[in-house]
Design a protein. Structure first.
Length: 116
């Protein structure tokens, strides 16, 4: 199983980034996909999640209206479009795949830094 995040980097406040997570080694279309983030000195938190066929999404209150999660089951990829970025969005962003209780996979993360 592999989850490989990409798209992180340095962006100015108010800017945008699009993160991608390419998945392999499992039946992607069966899994709930999520993005989490962990800022320095803080616990990992859920940013957004999307159901296996993409019909249902949920977002942390802190990102609602600025961030959109989507998935392409044909490409085994989940995306996180981040707009109007703030310094508080600075964190390592992790991709997560979950099915049931026991199937739970993590990527290694991609760093997003929002700074002028």
């Amino acid at each position: 199983v592999q989850l490989v995040e990409s798209g992180g980097g340095l962006v100015q406040p108010g800017g945008s980034l699009r993160l991608s997570c390419a998945a392999s080694g499992f039946t992607f279309s069966s899994y709930v996909m999520s993005w989490y983030r962990q800022a320095p000195g803080k616990e990992r938190e859920l940013v957004a999640a999307i159901s296996n066929v993409g019909g249902s999404t949920e977002y942390a209150d802190s990102v609602k209206g600025r961030i959109i999660i989507s998935r392409d089951n044909a490409k085994n990829t989940v995306y996180l479009q981040m707009n109007s970025l703030k310094p508080d969005d600075t964190a390592v962003y992790y991709c997560n795949a979950r099915w049931g209780v026991n199937q739970n996979y993590w990527g290694k993360g991609t760093l997003v830094t929002v700074s002028s």
